[in-house]
Design a protein around this ligand. Structure first.
Ligand code: GLN
Length: 190
């Protein structure tokens, strides 16, 4: 299995390290050719506005939309969640949101960089339910969840991790907690 990490901007290196520790081959996705090589994709945290512009600049927006429509397994964390949402508040007008998971999100909904925080979460991943330390950095806040979406974790009654089909989004950064269980589970998904 080849796992891609969208490597246009942001925290792709840390996802790469986790995947390497889990023993899977990683492709840095920067072109349509790279995307065509991979079986599944991680879209990291970073800056969704910049990533959206770089997807256009690198001719990746249309091929990515096609792969997502075909049901490719994808994990979007933080800025990645924003890109995979169906509606984005406080983005720029032409900002991409690929609607892989039917959630509406508000960018920076938990505040600025200085409002970053850790929170203990209870995460439900298939039959496995357990504690996970969530790292939130200028995280998007989910404002609405569609009926086909499964909520995998909540914080104060607000969804922070969701799944629709093989598309998974988290408002927090699972690559920063030193706990690889979310990545392991994602690699088995499908
Ligand atoms: N606030 C950023 C954005 O809107 C996301 C922050 C992050 O990925 N840590 O893209």
């Amino acid at each position: 299995m080849k796992v891609g990490v969208l490597a246009l901007q942001g925290a792709f290196g840390l996802h790469e390290q986790v995947l390497e520790q889990l023993g899977v081959g990683v492709v840095r996705v920067r072109t349509p050719e790279h995307l065509a090589e991979v079986d599944r994709l991680i879209i990291p945290g970073g800056e969704s506005t910049t990533m959206s512009k770089l997807l256009d600049a690198n001719a990746l927006a249309a091929p990515l939309a096609d792969r997502l429509a075909d049901g490719m397994a994808v994990l979007g964390t933080c800025a990645g969640m924003i890109l995979l949402a169906s509606q984005v508040q406080d983005g720029y007008p032409a900002q991409h949101c690929f609607a892989a998971v039917d959630v509406a999100v508000r960018r920076n909904g938990y505040g600025r960089q200085t409002d970053s925080f850790h929170a203990p979460l209870s995460v439900q991943l298939g039959a496995w339910q357990g504690d996970f330390s969530g790292v939130f950095i200028r995280a998007p806040k989910v404002c609405a969840v569609g009926t086909d979406v499964e909520v995998l974790a909540q914080l104060d009654g607000v969804a922070v991790m969701c799944r629709q089909g093989l598309a998974v989004v988290s408002a927090f950064h699972p690559e920063l907690s030193g706990d690889h269980r979310i990545h392991s589970w994602f690699l088995e998904l499908g």
